[in-house]
Design a protein around this ligand. Structure first.
Ligand code: GDP
Ligand code: MN
Length: 393
């Protein structure tokens, strides 16, 4: 689960990490009020930051400096309610619903630090670079030697010598080195205690007065561990998420949108992957991964059907179900009911196998709806790719 920068900073502040003073606001006057409070604490200038679930905001004009209260309000007005397009949002951009108003600071150097899972090592790692800031992707591509890493061999802790070695590689010494080590340890602790998948600070800045500050922060939480953290689960912002994915989550379906145009409904993750492979093999591109689960109910199947039909890019649908726990006849009834209710606007290919399969096929055939029944996966994939192609032309 992704959360906003201001939420990530709130979490990290709770672990004793230094973040800029500031607060979030949902309207231009509220942004001004935040700046007024900061000004009362002696803050002379501000930064207004668009809060969206995407990076690359700086280069897209989503991070703006303001020297007066009026400027804060004006910039907030320019950002709020508008879509911000960054390299990470896609061409349609993301609607800015909140801004973070913070103290502006004077930066001596920008570093990159992140704690994440290295899937090939099956361990968390810390990576750091003295070349932090807005061009870290280029650094990673062109100067990988400027990025250093340490493995958390014990999973939950970085040894002090490792934190120190990272700091030395950042070119630090003395008190700056010690403080850098404490910050890295704090990030590791936060990563571990929150069941995070990523804690990324870019930039971690050294100020001109030699203080450290987490100027930007991105925390990604592990969905599968959220039940252990109701306080973190409450940070979910469904407005930032794909509406179809939100609906699927509520119906307890595993659904991930992809780029293609062939909708798939399958039960079981393994069968869903195999189905996607078959579509690809037959020359098509899946529009989604959708696993209704081994024990899906007819209601879940109906919901899955609605989600597929709601995606305007879907040109044809392949339903590939092995009826074990969910019997084929009940499945067929669920599909027919949903099809009548939602309407079938694209061709559908159904491949059923398992308990009561004859009865299931009979229900589909007698429904009067336009289903193509396939008897094996190869046939099903070929048919659906052909039907999608016809829809496109
Ligand atoms: P991102 O582009 O979405 O990653 O947004 P960031 O929060 O990382 O901000 C982008 C850049 O804005 C940072 O790398 C900084 O150089 C700059 N920036 C952000 N806040 C301040 C600030 O308080 N003072 C100064 N001088 N620059 C800032
Ligand atoms: Mn950043």
């Amino acid at each position: 689960m992704n959360i906003h920068e201001y939420q990530s900073k709130m979490i990290l502040k709770g672990f004793g990490l230094p973040v800029p003073r500031g607060d979030v606001a949902a309207s231009p006057p509220a942004a001004r009020t935040v700046a007024e409070r900061l000004a009362a604490e002696g803050v002379p200038a501000f930064v207004v930051k668009a809060q969206i679930h995407a990076g690359g905001r700086g280069k897209a004009g989503g991070i703006r400096r303001a020297d007066t209260l009026d400027a804060v309000e004006t910039i907030a007005r320019q950002l709020l309610g508008h879509r911000l397009v960054t390299p990470q949002t896609g061409p349609e951009g993301k609607l800015v619903r909140r801004v973070l108003v913070e103290e502006a600071v004077s930066i001596a150097a920008e570093y990159y630090v992140a704690v994440l899972i290295d899937r090939s090592l099956q361990k968390p790692i810390v990576i750091a670079s003295p070349a932090g800031g807005m061009d870290i992707e280029e650094v990673a591509a062109q100067r990988p030697e400027a990025i250093f890493r340490e493995v958390l061999w014990d999973l939950d802790r970085l040894h002090p010598y490792q934190a120190r070695r990272l700091g030395l590689r950042m070119g630090l010494q003395g008190p700056l080195l010690a403080e850098f080590g404490r910050i890295v340890q704090g990030l590791v602790e936060a990563f571990w205690r929150c069941d995070a998948m990523l804690v990324e600070i870019n930039p971690l800045v050294r100020l001109t007065d030699d203080r450290w500050l987490l100027l930007d922060a991105k925390v990604v939480l592990d969905d599968n561990a959220l039940y252990r953290h109701p306080d973190l689960a409450a940070l979910r912002d469904v407005g930032e998420e794909d509406p179809l994915e939100v609906e699927a989550t509520q119906a307890r379906l595993s659904y991930i949108r992809l780029d293609g145009d062939i909708g798939c409904m399958v039960n079981g993750a393994g069968l869903a992957m195999a189905t996607m492979d078959m579509i690809q093999w037959a020359g098509g591109r899946p529009a989604n991964f959708l696993d209704v689960g081994g024990g899906a109910s007819p209601e879940q199947v109906a919901q899955a059907f609605r989600i597929l039909m709601a995606d305007p890019r879907v040109k044809a649908v392949l339903i590939n179900i092995f009826g074990g726990i969910l019997r084929c006849d009940r499945l067929a009834t669920g599909i027919v009911t949903a099809a009548r209710e939602v309407g079938v606007r694209v061709p559908m290919v159904i491949r059923l196998e398992g308990t009561n399969v004859e009865e299931g096929r009979r229900i589909l055939a007698e429904s009067g709806l336009n289903f193509t029944v396939a008897y094996d996966m190869e046939e099903a994939a070929r048919k659906v790719v052909e039907l999608a192609g016809r829809q496109r032309s």
